[in-house]
Design a protein around this ligand. Structure first.
Ligand code: 3PY
Ligand code: MG
Length: 259
């Protein structure tokens, strides 16, 4: 069975760098995977990507030796079942606000006895790890990465009891939702010291509870700074945002001057 390097990096206290895939295309997913990210998250929360496109994107990303991960639209059993059976190596769960919600995510992510994930031998989950169903059943709990998002100030205040739930690999701050919940202008970078204090609260609680912390960033300078601060599961913006940034910049230079 292929080893999930992201799981090892997080356990060893090292950074794991990835980006978000919001463009529903296995072609672009494969091209981005070839760049050398540790993981890529197919975003099924804030994009129109459905399970069949996501499956093809997992195949494309996994084929390039990169860990195919996914953000599910909501914390439900059905979402976990479908993406894991489709071959995701890790799941990011948006908007976890309580310890009970974190425990539910663990239950749906892990096979018994650690959880209640339903078992079926026919899906592509085992092939996504280059193995057979029997081996996958025995090892999946050790290889699949579970990341919960703390992105509401109430969740930040409850970070210790939430992150105490056994079975979590990492927590991940969604800066846009977090800033909105604090009454700040939604965005990745914030000047307000209360925002930085909230990030510190999450990072320190994660350390106390033995869970990796992570955050979404908009550029490499901020990403490097977050790694220095101790965040490990760090995301560098997204495919569509980078594409639009480059196109916008070049379009702005077009002069339409006739000779
Ligand atoms: C947010 O900024 O709210 C996010 O969820 C980023 O992933
Ligand atoms: Mg969010």
């Amino acid at each position: 069975m292929r080893e999930n390097r992201v799981k090892r990096l997080l356990k060893d206290g090292r950074p794991a760098v990835g980006t978000w895939l919001n463009i529903g295309s296995p072609i672009t997913a494969e091209a981005v995977a070839a760049l050398g990210f540790d993981w890529l998250v197919v975003d099924m929360e804030h994009s129109p990507i459905g399970i069949e496109t996501a499956t093809a994107m997992f195949q494309a990303v996994g084929g390039m030796g990169c860990a195919p991960m996914v953000r599910i639209p909501a914390n439900t059993e059905e979402n976990f079942k479908r993406v894991l059976d489709a071959g995701a190596w890790g799941v990011v769960v948006p908007m976890v606000r309580t310890a009970d919600e974190a425990a539910a995510a663990v239950e749906w992510c892990r096979y018994p006895p650690a959880g209640k994930r339903s078992m079926a031998a026919s899906p592509r989950h085992a092939r996504a790890f280059g193995t057979d169903a029997k081996t996958y059943f025995a090892r999946a709990n050790d290889e699949i990465v579970l990341v919960i998002q703390l992105e509401d100030i109430e969740a930040v205040r409850r970070a210790d009891p939430i992150l105490k739930v056994p079975g979590l690999d990492a927590c991940f701050i969604g800066p846009t939702d977090l800033s909105a919940s604090m009454g700040l202008r939604p965005g990745y970078e914030q000047k307000d010291p209360a925002f930085e204090e909230a990030l510190r609260m999450v990072r320190d609680a994660a350390k106390r509870q033995g869970v990796a912390s992570g955050i979404h960033t908009g550029n490499a300078a901020v990403l490097n700074q977050r790694i220095e601060e101790g965040f490990q599961f760090v995301a560098l913006w997204s495919d569509i945002n980078f594409m639009l940034q480059a196109m916008r910049a070049e379009l702005a230079k077009v002069e339409r001057r006739l000779a």
